[in-house]
Design a protein around this ligand. Sequence first.
Ligand SMILES: Cc1ncc(C[n+]2csc(CCOP(=O)(O)OP(=O)(O)O)c2C)c(N)n1
Length: 348
Amino acid sequence: MAKKPSPRTTKGGKPAARRKAVQKKAPEATPEDLIQYYKDMLMMRRFEEKAGQMYGMGLIGGFCHLYIGQEAVVTGIQAELKDGDSILTSYRDHAHMLACDIDPKVILAELTGRSTGISKGKGGSMHMFSVEHGFYGGHGIVGAQVPIGAGLGFAHKYRGTDNVSVVYFGDGAVNQGQVYESFNMARLWNLPVIFVIENNQYAMGTSLARASSEVELFRRGESFKIEGEAVDGMDVLAVREAASRAVAKCRAGEGPVLLEMKTYRYRGHSMSDPAKYRSKEEVSKMRAEFDPIDQVKNRILDNKIMTEDELKAIDKEIKAVVSEAADFATTSPEPDPSELYTDVLVAE
Ligand SMILES: Cc1ncc(C[n+]2csc(CCOP(=O)(O)OP(=O)(O)O)c2C)c(N)n1
């Protein structure tokens, strides 16, 4: 866990790159909030379990990276966003799209390469986009989304709105030069960008400590005077609280901000990963003790907001929605060969 640093000041007496350690106090939430987060995270989990199953059946081709275990991060941040805000992420993008209210049917149809998919079946799991929903991809090149996220922040500022740009990237992307060029421009121009490092501890099979000289990733903005905070990314309420502070700063023109979400992915890097770089015990411990959905479920039960049976009924409803999406994805037609050259270049 990160130590709280001694405060430092710039020449002008302003605090420089202050940082905070992982939140310890359990934040408050209304019963409605808890139920909503439970539903949102369960939808992501059931959707991806179905995607994993369909991949195994050969219905999904190409790459498929699951977000299972990390659901609290995108759910907690999305709870603080509003219309006009933009988000973008890597290839591990299904949950981010669901958080943007994109129909599970069109996501699953894209995964199965159907014409009804969000990229008309030509993008697959890693290449999805919806400007209408404020979702700017789905990026297969590690770190490529970071400068684009800074650019979207510039667009928000240029247009004079108070919208923010949230760019998610992994611990494997943080050592890239383009990330630091983006930090520099974002601070230089005070852009409303929230840089969210989803630190799930492994980049494919490489653990953070094997690839990074500084593993406290919330410090990575320091030399650019970007304030950073480490957050318990398995607790949706801790995420929401940190997001609320970050969003308020950005909307007030005091951005950018960096959030390091300490999270964990349960599945392999992608569907073809045998995951030999970590023990089964490590994964089981994280699932048993820190699962984001169980944490919310326990809060709901402990506070007698709903009964176990009522929660099971919600699960049943969500499974029905996912099952309907799977039927849609498997019965939709494949793209017509005439689509092969459409939407490939911008200036057609
Ligand atoms: C520029 C670039 N280099 C390498 C790769 C191959 N690659 C795909 S995912 C990945 C690991 C990224 O890990 P991280 O950023 O921690 O994200 P996570 O998969 O953990 O969500 C690598 C090296 C790539 N897609 N792009």
